[in-house]
Design a protein around this ligand. Structure first.
Ligand code: HEC
Length: 154
């Protein structure tokens, strides 16, 4: 049986110290990853707004509205836990109000989830006017959240 030498103990201590020092960096990386992720959800929202609009405008057949609406609603469902505590950085426009007024923020999340569910229902009717007005309702929920919970940017 090999007995641990003092050199080994020192090396272990150095490794432990290095691991502890690395924790804040790891937390920052984690925040950066989740920020990038939720920004990509927002970009998807923009894509689906445009997709539904292309269908109601007649650029593409109306069945495209249904495909976008379903994906849109699914993305809205994933919004609820895309803002974990501490997920802020200079690259994020998320305002502190998201964490200070959690109930208010979650109301906005529910609003877009409800509006996109209504949008899915409207697309099932195949009526362009109904889809158009449901889309306007969805758009109102974007603004509703951005006004209170998103800071200025480009
Ligand atoms: C519940 C709140 C909420 C709703 C609803 C919401 N957003 Fe956002 N949005 C945010 C926040 C907060 C940010 C900033 C995120 C960050 O930078 O960390 C953001 C950022 C964005 C961005 C910039 C993304 C980037 O690449 O930096 C776009 C585009 C966007 N939203 C579009 C939309 C559209 C379109 C809708 C509606 C269909 C919508 N958002 C609905 C809160 C919301």
């Amino acid at each position: 049986v090999k007995r641990p030498s003092p050199w080994n103990a020192a090396a272990v201590l150095a490794l432990v110290a290095a691991a502890l020092a690395a924790v804040p960096v790891a937390a920052q990386d984690e925040a950066a990853a989740v920020i990038e992720y939720r920004q990509s959800i927002m970009q998807a929202f923009r894509t689906h707004m445009g997709g539904v609009r292309a269908a109601t405008d007649g650029t593409v057949p109306m069945d495209h509205a249904g495909h976008h609406a379903v994906a849109f609603h699914e993305m809205a469902l994933s919004l609820a836990n895309a803002f974990p505590d501490g997920s802020t950085s200079a690259d994020s426009r998320a305002l502190p109000a998201i964490w200070q007024d959690r109930d208010g923020f979650m109301d906005r999340v529910s609003a877009i989830q409800g509006a996109t569910a209504d949008l899915v229902e409207a697309t099932e009717s195949g009526d362009a006017a109904a889809v158009g007005s449901a889309l306007t309702q969805v758009q109102g929920t974007c603004r509703g959240c951005h006004t209170d919970f998103r800071g200025p940017g480009e």
